[in-house]
Each structure stands twice: as C-alpha cells, then as structure tokens.
Ligand binder design. Sequence first.
Ligand SMILES: C[S@@+](CC[C@H](N)C(=O)[O-])C[C@H]1O[C@@H](n2cnc3c(N)ncnc32)[C@H](O)[C@@H]1O
Length: 223
Amino acid sequence: MSKDLYSEIDRDRFRERLNKYTRKAFQLLPELDKPRILDVGCGSGVPTIALAKLSKGEVVGLDIDQSLLDELNRKIEVEGLSNRVKTRKCSMFEMDFPDESFDIIWAEGSIAVIGFERGLKEWRRLLKPGGFLVVHTETRKMSNKLKKIPCFGYKLLSQLPLPEDAHWTEYYKSLEIRIQELRAKYKNDSETLEVLRKNQNEINMVKRNPKEFSSAFYIMQKL
Ligand SMILES: C[S@@+](CC[C@H](N)C(=O)[O-])C[C@H]1O[C@@H](n2cnc3c(N)ncnc32)[C@H](O)[C@@H]1O
C-alpha cells in the first residue's frame, strides 16, 4: 500500500479508540517505577505510545514490518518521546535481548503469530524476576491454555474481557465508513480499489459475526 493511501485510511485514528482498554489493563498492574517495557508486534505503535505515557518508563516497540515502524518513529518524534521509546525491526521468533531485560512484555494482537504457549515459554527469559506479561488476544479456545499458564512459569493475575462487540463498534464500523468514502473517491483507480477491497474483506469477517472476535487481556506474572 502506498504511504499516501495508508495515511488516508488512517486506521490508527480508529485503533486509538481501543486504547481505553490498554489503559485499564495497565492499571491492573502494580505500580512500577519507570519500568522497561517490550511491546511485541507493536505495529504502528498505538499502544506503544500509550504505554510510554502511562508508565513514564522506557518502551521498545518491536515489529517485523519496517513500514509500520517508520510510522511509529514519526509518532515518537511528534510526541517528543525519542529518549524513552525506541523501535526494533526483528521477528518475535528471533528476539536476542539479554535475559531479564524487561519489567513488562506487552503483546496486543500479536501472540497468535507465535502461539500462546510458545510465546509464554520463549519470552519468559526476557522478563526480570517477578516481571509481567500482558497479552491481548481472542478468547476463543483460551480456557485450556489458561489452565497451562503455571506450567510455563507464570501466575495469571487477572483477566480483562472487552465487551463482546468492541472491535466492531469501536474500530471496524468506523473503518468501514472510511473505506466506503475512499472507494467512491478512487472509483476509477483499480490499484487503489484492490487495496480497499482487501480492507473491506477484513471488515466483513468481523461484521458477519462480531462476537467471534471477542478478546481479553490476560495479565500474568513470572514466577
Ligand atoms: C494485529 S497487529 C497488532 C499491532 C499492535 N500491537 C496493535 O495492537 O495495534 C499484529 C502485528 O504483529 C506484527 N508481526 C507479525 N509477525 C511478526 C513477527 N514474526 N515478529 C514480529 N512482529 C510480527 C505485524 O507486523 C503487526 O504489526
């Protein structure tokens, strides 16, 4: 997708509406003094920036997609956070930070890439003793996985389910209106229309059955 079309769709504007849940999840953690946070699969960094503001600590936003990190770097600059927020282009499968580097690992919408169990297992060494892992993921098929959390060396401290249709009402519904506007604007531009069609396909999946995309934050502590 061209940079211009990315800015025109401006998904982040809608994504920011879900930050209220990021804030609630963060408030479920005990108070930490300037924690060091790793945001795994940070994308364009909507939660990364929120975490920096909430924690007053240092945040590393890690993602495999450089174009999203470029967008995050732009936000870091605009927000004047370059002393506390850094980006790292790296796969979550290949994170080579030293052991016990972080007080908190935060993963919103990204742990499914590596799988819940493997993520818990591989990321544990990166947490300081007593550090926290916060995962926001779909609630489907989670009950068995939750039972296994202690086997991977964590305690489940709390769960924060989002309202069942939050992704639809707070994100996809407004995104759909934006996509429709752009389809009208670019009705003679087949390349752009193809990109917009793919966006619409993603929206349709959620629209058909919003409850299937129910999600929750899971807040865990390293044992
Ligand atoms: C659903 S998005 C979530 C973005 C962000 N956390 C948020 O909540 O807005 C998932 C992110 O995971 C990233 N991702 C996918 N595979 C990855 C990998 N192997 N290593 C690191 N990040 C990856 C994608 O580039 C994308 O930015």
